[in-house]
Design a protein around this ligand. Structure first.
Ligand code: XIL
Length: 420
């Protein structure tokens, strides 16, 4: 399904026809996977687009079919609209789950792998039992949601939202603007105004579709470089720094009730990048940009816990924003040993403790909960075992550490004016 950017590049749609191109909102109410080859495509490209689109539709139908199979096996109601939230079942009899112990005013979530959600009832049942919030790991990224211009693949995101609603979970939307997941049909050769229109329409389309159903959005992801300067991306090059403020304003207009976050990594300690982000957030808020929160991804190595995470979260909270741990995992250098897993558990505990200590910390999300479905081995060579549960869904010491830490804080009042 991947197309070379050049194949559908600027020659296909020249500046002269830009004004005739319908905006995404024109197609906003079309059914899932609606097909709209833009005008002016040569016949062969139109044919290719239709064929690829059909493939997307078939894949989506297959995915939906799988989802139905799992639903009927699991005995869950088929429709989301009429379904009541199901009670969460503890993974082991008598043991309290993370969500049962999490204090009001804070959410505990996990990123979700769509394939496992469709195909693995044990995965879904543990997800429903342990967490009261979910994040789409990949399904809401621009490249996945809109594989061709105007061709939306909603089923993955819809499926997770419906699951969340059945299980009384909040949905954290990830992510609207990220340099890393731009669809291949977005051309670097477009004039700036074309890129801006596409970006605006994408943000508006997605946020409007899920208005009232997504609690918070990562509006922009990883906009800073390690040294604290704005990251050199297509968006920055073409649109200048105002693309960040624009994205927040578009998202806010599409769903005024959603909490809007700026999300990044490498900001857990008091790094130069964290300093720069703090400055950026202050500037944006001074300009009236609707930034509600800062997400700390927190991809951490077992032997490098962040220094002074609590103090760092506090200085962001002091400028009036919510903070959230958005993508925590603690990777271990392989092979694992019981000692490494204990140290990993201590890092999980430390991060949770920081979040619990700062009332503005409104959610704590792990980037996947099982070692069977983690991105770490594929991206950090020689590392793995980064999650709370092992590959067989058995709880690891890190899970127990979170349970203990939540128990320790039980009864503590975390109510904060910034939570909702
Ligand atoms: C990762 C996913 O986990 C992988 O499955 C995918 O192949 C690449 O992206 N920061 C982010 C996340 O904001 O979206 C990334 O997720 C991990 C790093």
């Amino acid at each position: 399904m991947e197309l070379h950017p050049g194949a559908l590049g600027a020659r296909r749609i020249g500046a002269d026809v830009i004004d005739q191109i319908p905006t995404r909102s024109d197609v906003a109410r079309q059914p899932a996977n609606s097909v709209r080859p833009p005008p002016g495509w040569p016949g062969t490209l139109r044919l290719a687009a239709v064929l690829v689109s059909l493939a997307v539709v078939i894949a989506a139908l297959l995915a939906a079919g799988f989802a139905l199979v799992v639903k009927s096996r699991g005995g869950e109601a088929a429709g989301a609209a009429d379904a009541q939230p199901v009670a969460s079942e503890p993974a082991a009899p008598g043991r309290k789950t993370l969500r049962e112990l999490t204090p009001p005013g804070m959410r505990i979530g996990s990123a979700v792998d769509g394939r496992s959600l469709s195909l693995d009832p044990a995965y879904s049942s543990l997800l429903g039992a342990e967490f009261n919030a979910v994040t789409t790991e990949n399904a809401m990224k621009w490249r996945n949601l809109e594989p061709l211009p105007g061709v939306y693949a909603w089923p993955g995101a819809d499926q997770l939202i419906e699951f969340a609603e059945r299980h009384g979970q909040a949905v954290y939307g990830h992510t609207l603007v990220w340099h890393s997941d731009v669809p291949t049909w977005v051309s670097p050769d477009w004039p700036a105004e074309r890129l801006r229109t596409e970006l605006r329409d994408h943000v508006t389309e997605v946020v409007s579709r899920y208005r009232g159903r997504v609690w918070a959005w990562d509006v922009v992801n990883e906009v800073l470089d390690e040294d604290g300067s704005l990251r050199e991306t297509l968006f920055l090059r073409k649109l200048g720094r105002r693309y960040i403020a624009d994205a927040f304003r578009w998202a806010h207009a599409a769903d005024p009730g959603a909490r809007l976050f700026i999300n990044d990594y490498g900001i857990e300690g008091r790094t130069r990048k964290a300093d720069a982000l703090l400055k950026l957030v202050k500037e944006l808020r001074r300009e009236g940009v609707p930034v509600d929160g800062v997400g700390f991804q927190s991809h951490i190595a077992w032997d490098q816990p962040p220094r002074d995470l609590t103090g760092n979260l506090r200085r962001f909270a002091d400028v009036g924003v919510s903070v959230a741990i958005t993508e925590l995992d603690v990777r271990v250098e392989l092979p694992t040993t019981p000692e490494k897993l204990e140290r990993q558990a201590a890092v999980y505990r430390q991060v949770l403790r920081s979040c619990l200590t700062v009332p503005a910390c409104v959610s704590f999300t792990v980037w996947g909960f099982t070692d069977a479905r983690s991105w770490i081995p594929g991206y950090h060579r020689g590392y793995g075992a980064a999650c709370l549960f092992d590959g067989n869904l058995a709880p690891k010491p890190a899970h127990q550490a979170l349970i203990d830490e939540l128990g320790r804080h039980a009864g503590t009042d975390r109510a904060s004016p910034t939570t909702n």
